[in-house]
Ligand binder design. Structure first.
Ligand SMILES: Nc1ncnc2c1ncn2[C@@H]1O[C@H](COP(=O)(O)OP(=O)(O)OP(=O)(O)O)[C@@H](O)[C@H]1O
Ligand SMILES: [Mg+2]
Length: 303
C-alpha cells in the first residue's frame, strides 16, 4: 500500500454563515491521480486552496506531505506545484519566459527539459496572450513542474477547453503520473474523472458523498452491467436465468447484472450461442445520477 501524501480529517470551512466545506475526510496516496468532482460551488477550490495553504480551515485538520496546513505552510508551499482555477500569468511574456520566470523563483534551470516534456517548445516564443486555451494549460502545467514538486494540484485544468485540447491535457496529466507525480485534480466532467483518476470523491454542497477507486464506484453505484440480447431464442433464456433484473424492450431483453463475474459467465454462454448482444457498462455519469438524481452540465451546473 502506498503511503498517504495528503490526510484530511473532518475539515470544515465556513465563510460567515455559509458552510463551503462540511467536515470532509479523505486521504491521497503517493503516485495516484486523485480527483474531487462536483458542480459549481461544491467546495472544490476551497478544499484545494486549504491544502495549498492559501486559505485557513475553520476546523478539522489536514496534513500535506507530513506537514500541518495550519502552521507548517512554508514547508508545504516549497514542495507542491499549483495550477489555480482560471489560471493566468504574465500575458505579455512568452510561454518560455513565463516558465523561466518560475524557474528563477525556484532556482531551477531545467526550463528546456520541462518545455519538451509538456510540449511547450513548439510555441515557446509566442506571447502567453496569443496562445490557445490548450497551450495556456500546457504552460500552466509546465510552471507547476519547474519546482520539481512531487505533488501537483490542478484546479479544473480542462474547463472551457475544446475536446481536442482537453484530450491533449488528459494525456499530459497521465504523463505526470508516469513521471511519478501525485496529482490532485478537480473537475466537473465525469468522463474526465473516469478516464484519469485512480480514486475520486464526489463533492456536493461541501460534503463528500462517496469516495473510492473508479472501478469500485462504478461497481457499487453504477447500477450494474447491462447485457442486451437482440433476438428471441435460447439467448433470452440465459438472460432470464442469470440476470439480477430483466428489462423487456420491443424485440430486446436487457439483463442487468450486479456483478462482473456473473455478467462474464452469461456472456461466455451467449458467445457460445453466437447470439447477437450488446454490452453496456455504467460510467461515472451513471454513478453520479444514481447517487444524486441529477447530472452536471457542460457549464458545471447541477441539473
Ligand atoms: N472567499 C469567499 N468568500 C465567501 N464565499 C466564498 C468564498 N470563496 C468561495 N465561496 C463560496 O463557497 C462555496 C464553495 O466555493 P468554491 O469556489 O470552493 O467551489 P468550487 O467547487 O470550486 O466551484 P467552481 O466549480 O465554481 O469553481 C460557494 O458557495 C462560493 O460562493
Ligand atoms: Mg473552483
Amino acid at each position: 500500500m502506498s503511503r498517504n501524501i495528503i490526510e484530511v480529517n473532518d475539515l470544515t470551512k465556513k465563510y460567515d454563515e455559509l458552510v463551503a466545506v462540511d467536515s470532509i475526510s479523505f486521504d491521497v496516496k503517493e503516485g495516484e491521480i486523485f480527483s474531487l468532482v462536483g458542480p459549481n460551488g461544491a467546495g472544490k477550490t476551497t478544499t484545494v486552496e486549504i491544502l495549498e495553504c492559501l486559505r485557513k480551515p475553520t476546523s478539522g485538520n489536514a496534513r500535506v506531505l507530513g506537514h500541518d496546513v495550519k502552521n507548517e505552510d512554508e514547508k508545504i508551499k516549497k514542495k507542491i506545484g499549483v495550477m489555480p482555477q482560471d489560471f493566468n500569468t504574465f500575458e505579455r511574456l512568452t510561454a518560455e519566459e513565463n516558465i523561466k520566470l518560475m524557474g528563477d523563483l525556484y532556482g531551477s534551470d531545467n526550463v528546456k527539459e520541462i518545455m519538451r516534456k509538456v510540449g511547450v517548445d513548439k510555441f515557446k516564443n509566442k506571447k502567453f496572450d496569443d496562445l490557445s486555451g490548450g497551450m495556456k494549460t500546457k504552460v500552466g502545467i509546465g510552471m507547476t513542474l519547474i519546482s520539481n514538486a512531487d505533488l501537483l494540484f490542478l484546479d479544473e485544468p480542462t474547463t472551457g477547453l475544446d475536446p481536442h485540447a482537453r484530450r491533449e491535457t488528459w494525456n499530459l496529466i497521465k504523463d505526470l503520473k508516469k513521471m511519478g507525480k501525485t496529482v490532485f485534480l478537480t473537475t466537473h466532467y465525469m468522463e474526465e474523472v473516469e478516464y484519469l483518476s485512480d480514486r475520486a470523491g464526489i463533492l456536493i454542497n461541501g460534503k463528500i458523498e462517496v469516495i473510492d477507486s473508479i472501478e469500485n464506484l462504478i461497481e457499487e453505484h453504477g447500477g450494474g452491467i447491462k447485457v442486451k440480447v437482440l433476438e428471441d431464442g435460447e439467448a433470452v433464456d440465459i438472460i432470464n436465468d442469470r440476470a439480477d433484473e430483466v428489462l423487456r424492450g420491443e424485440d430486446t431483453w436487457t439483463g442487468i447484472f450486479d456483478n462482473k463475474k456473473e455478467a462474464r459467465q452469461a456472456l461466455i454462454k451467449l458467445f457460445q450461442l453466437d447470439a447477437k448482444v450488446e454490452v453496456e457498462e455504467a460510467g461515472m455519469d451513471e454513478v453520479f445520477l444514481r447517487l444524486t438524481g441529477g447530472k452536471i452540465d457542460e457549464g458545471g451546473e447541477l441539473v
